[in-house]
Design a protein around this ligand. Structure first.
Ligand code: PLP
Length: 429
């Protein structure tokens, strides 16, 4: 694919070029397995000596085609589609981190990712230090240890919509000889391409804007191909030393800049599964084909709603990095000049009963455990997604217990504002 093509062209066309008489839309190859002529051919595939499809737990043509589009959108050397965003973040970490290792992560995270890192990875013997992403380079650097394997953060945090200073995080990670992994779910590559700012690996919950229609759960890992693993061969033996489960294959020697992403497939997906289904990859591709058209609309409408909330006497505070007086406005202008996303956070004046009454009175905006698709939806994290966290942990993660998360969809902004207005009136009765 021509590197000079713009993001909108890549959204529509990257990854798939049909030949004469072939289907214009990406075909769904709904097949578990693939046929070969000789057992020798098959054996070479298993030894990773030849490329080819043999079993859809590891690779499938539809899934690969859509992954190639996502790799092009993020500017990476390769990508892998997974069953969901949780799966993607787990594999992205576990690919280079095992029992006895340590990682540093921003504390401001999606609730599911916080649980994964803080509880499940610890049970697997992986140690974690959480840092405030807005702290100085010196403070964040103090969290690193000799066994630290990576730095992790969300480019636009869910649900607090804080903008990550990607360049700063990349500098800190690289100074300590580890890659920066960022979850880029909220901005999408239309609004931010973290690899261009120094991130090495990008993850996604494709369930959100990339799909965009609330149709299919999915996840993805994109490898920038930027991290010099062999410079730290002792730190990353899984990539730089012989893999006994593949007859002594060394990933960095065999696959070069694509070593990391190849290992996600050939090692983690071989042993754990987790591939995205071909059908879901097809839905994801339909979403990607309009991503560049949808994102500006999400951002424009969110800006209107955020301005309305900021001026509303019933609102205690509103957090949207597109607002000029937002603490992250400058970072948003630097990293996402074309807009951030459709998600914002706000709190109402009054008690929890008032907030509940308000949410229950909405007619167009719906209460959903979801975010970032074409339907406008609302959620109270302390009562929903983050309910496993104490008020103390919520505050440590930067989530005010009063915080309401509002995700602006593709309906007309005026109708969304009218609905919020009438619900506030109802709640006051
Ligand atoms: C939703 C979300 C996830 C988890 O993705 P699933 O597809 O629900 O597993 C991870 N990170 C962020 C930022 C998310 O918004």
């Amino acid at each position: 694919m021509d590197k000079k093509q713009k993001i909108g062209t890549l959204c529509v066309q990257a990854g798939y070029k049909p030949g004469k008489g072939e289907s214009r839309q990406v075909p769904i190859v709904q097949s578990t397995t693939f046929k070969y002529e000789t057992s020798e051919q098959m054996g070479r595939l298993f030894d990773l000596e030849d490329a080819g499809y043999f079993y859809s737990r590891l690779a499938n043509p539809t899934v690969d085609t859509v992954a190639a589009k996502l790799a092009a959108l993020e500017g990476g050397v390769g990508a892998q589609l997974l069953s969901c965003g949780q799966n993607a973040n787990f594999f992205a970490i576990f690919n280079i981190c095992e029992a006895g290792d340590h990682l540093v992560s921003a504390v401001s995270l999606y609730g599911g990712t916080f649980n994964l890192i803080n509880w499940t990875l610890r049970k697997m013997g992986i140690d974690i230090t959480f840092v405030d992403q807005n702290a100085s380079e010196e403070e964040i650097s103090a969290a690193f240890k000799p066994n630290t394997k990576l730095l992790f953060g969300e480019t636009l945090t869910n649900p607090t919509v804080d903008v990550l200073d990607v360049e700063k995080f990349a500098r800190i990670a690289h100074k300590h000889g580890v890659p920066l992994i960022v979850d880029n779910t909220f901005p999408t590559p239309v609004n931010l391409r973290p690899i261009e700012w120094g991130a090495d690996i990008v993850t996604h919950s494709t369930t959100k804007y990339l799909d965009g229609h609330g149709a299919a759960v999915g996840g993805a890992i994109v490898d920038g191909g930027t991290f010099p693993w062999d410079d730290y061969a002792d730190k990353f033996p899984g990539l730089c030393k012989p893999d006994e489960s593949y007859h002594g294959l060394v990933y960095t020697k065999a696959f070069g800049r694509a070593a990391y992403i190849t290992k996600v497939c050939t090692h983690l997906m071989r042993d754990f599964g987790g591939i995205q289904s071909p059908q879901n990859a097809f839905y994801l591709n339909l979403g990607l084909q309009t991503l560049h058209v949808r994102m500006p609309r999400h951002c424009d409408s969110a800006m209107k709603v955020a301005r309305f909330l900021a001026a509303c006497p019933d609102v205690k505070w509103v957090k949207y990095p597109g607002l000029e007086n937002d603490a992250h406005y400058a970072l948003a202008q630097k990293y996402m000049p074309g807009g951030t996303c459709g998600v914002m956070a706000f709190a109402l004046k009054g008690d929890r009963a008032f907030a509940s009454h308000f949410m229950d009175s909405l007619r167009l905006v719906t209460i959903e455990t979801h975010v970032a698709d074409c339907h406008t939806c609302i959620l109270h994290p302390a009562a929903h997604t983050h309910r496993q966290l104490s008020d103390e942990q919520l505050r440590a993660a930067g989530v005010d217990p009063d915080l309401i998360r509002l995700s602006i969809g593709l309906e007309d902004a005026d109708d969304i504002i009218n609905d919020i207005q009438q619900a506030l009136q109802q709640a006051k009765k």
